[in-house]
Write a protein that binds this ligand. Sequence first.
Ligand code: NAG
Ligand code: NAG
Ligand code: NAG
Ligand code: NAG
Ligand code: NAG
Length: 322
Amino acid sequence: MFQILTMLLLETQLYVVSALFTVEVPQQLYVVEYGSNVTMECRFPVNGSLNLGLLTVVWEQKRQGQTKSREVYTLRNGKAFPPSQHRDYTERAVLLHSELKLGRAILQITSVKITDAGSYLCLIDYQGVDYKYITLEVKASYKRINTHVMRKPGEDKFVFMCQSEGFPLAEVFWQNENNFNLSGSANTTYTLTADGLYNVTSILTLKPHRSENYSCVFWSKELNGGTSAHISTLALMSTQYSGQKSLILFIIPTCVMVAVLLSALLIFRKRKSFVNGQSKKDRKRKLNPNLKDENRDDFNSQTEALYLSTVTASRDSGSVGL
Ligand SMILES: *[C@@H]1O[C@H](CO)[C@@H](O)[C@H](O)[C@H]1NC(C)=O
Ligand SMILES: *[C@@H]1O[C@H](CO)[C@@H](O)[C@H](O)[C@H]1NC(C)=O
Ligand SMILES: *[C@@H]1O[C@H](CO)[C@@H](O)[C@H](O)[C@H]1NC(C)=O
Ligand SMILES: *[C@@H]1O[C@H](CO)[C@@H](O)[C@H](O)[C@H]1NC(C)=O
Ligand SMILES: *[C@@H]1O[C@H](CO)[C@@H](O)[C@H](O)[C@H]1NC(C)=O
């Protein structure tokens, strides 16, 4: 039990006369977020102006499942008494002195830790002794979720990872866009950080059918629900896709340019041969009639196709220019 209670029992015998002296708490339970500040308050009666020299305030903390209590802050006969303060509260726990004259013993703890949770005793001795208990709960929601996705080397599978820190321990659920539960394929592990937080890592390995988005949910009843992160396979797919895209962007203009040049050349040659007249053609035909006929038909259809492509290409470039 609290060490101070032994002392208290002795003192109450001495102060039987001041049975009317009572300490009160406006709030019995405080629930705060890890890393934030908290102020917990006890009230005591002050008649007129406060005689600080007669005032003793003791705040002690006891963690759940632990037998020994820790001294958080002590004011003895109006003076702070740091030597007895537990080192975990050094420079983190203060009594708001300006509030004492109003009969308020307010303890402020900054940068709340997981280990700050527990039962707090506030004992006040001011021409009478009384005490009350206050409960402090500390929560750390899984705010920042780190995500990672990669292709499993040498396999057709993807590895999705979600990692986050919080308190208390959360479960991790996985689902696809249609809220289909994929948690069965996941492996969730955790470690404890030096700050007493759970470092939870969940790994989902599967073979996606198409570019689909997945989400992981860190869920805890104590945190009134959960936080989630979305992972898109698009990131992986898009690296390949953009590679193809840039290649296409390079190939198309090259093809168009080659086609334009070729068709220009062919038209030029066709005109030239037309000007040169039939005589030359006839002469060639006599030398190798069968082969040349086949080739000429082939050649003409190709020229036509190329010519068409030149027209469409030039139209395209025209619209780009506009
Ligand atoms: C907590 O208190 C400290 C000291 O009073 C202050 O510097 C800090 O900004 C406070 N933090 C929050 C989250 O209010
Ligand atoms: C407050 O103090 C005055 C004298 O200083 C006394 O007469 C009065 O009874 C006290 N009241 C209480 C509630 O203690
Ligand atoms: C889950 O992961 C841990 C560590 O990465 C590993 O030791 C364990 O065998 C895995 N469990 C399953 C069921 O894959
Ligand atoms: C949490 O675990 C991951 C590996 O699972 C590690 O990379 C990271 O450093 C850990 N974070 C902390 C604060 O311990
Ligand atoms: C996946 O999410 C991204 C944005 O995060 C969105 O642009 C995309 O359309 C989603 N994919 C599917 C298949 O819904």
